[in-house]
Design a protein. Sequence first.
Lengths: 115, 114
Amino acid sequence: AQSVAQPEDQVNVAEGNPLTVKCTYSVSGNPYLFWYVQYPNRGLQFLLKYITGDNLVKGSYGFEAEFNKSQTSFHLKKPSALVSDSALYFCAVRDIRGGSYIPTFGRGTSLIVHP
Amino acid sequence: DSGVTQTPKHLITATGQRVTLRCSPRSGDLSVYWYQQSLDQGLQFLIQYYNGEERAKGNILERFSAQQFPDLHSELNLSSLELGDSALYFCASSFTAERGTEAFFGQGTRLTVV
């Protein structure tokens, strides 16, 4: 089974400071990893994905993620946080179920950016 | 706007009733996924359809069922509703079901069972 884990329920950061939201993965074979963001009362929005190649992946809204094979991690980062970045962030992987690859999510990390 | 449309946005119904949630995937997307999101259980996969056929089942109760129609829209039917079924229900779609393909989510239907 393929899975991801988000070790932090909540991350607090001051506006203007760098932010990191952590994700670790457990996959067999090549990892295909995703980050999504959910704003209040909205659906999940795709931010970025890692398939292969450069370990630093750039995505929407100034976010990037660093893939680290030795640490089995795929942390989401942003150099300078905005109050508007406050939201719920999900790391994801496609897990195989019944022969189909299903997007499977971590429990989510609530990011709170303080003014 | 993700291109995935879900209706209705909100639904309030009584225990024991039956409701139908509707999802229109992004144009061209063949795969549709249904998820349930609650505070204590996180985002739980329910069921997947691909080009009209059921492909995978997750933690879907027997009281719940779904189908995908020839025009690729999908419906999730919830029956004999219980208080614990109150949650956000999301539909997502993707062009393929391959490992590296991202999924796009609708805005969700918030179901409240009273």
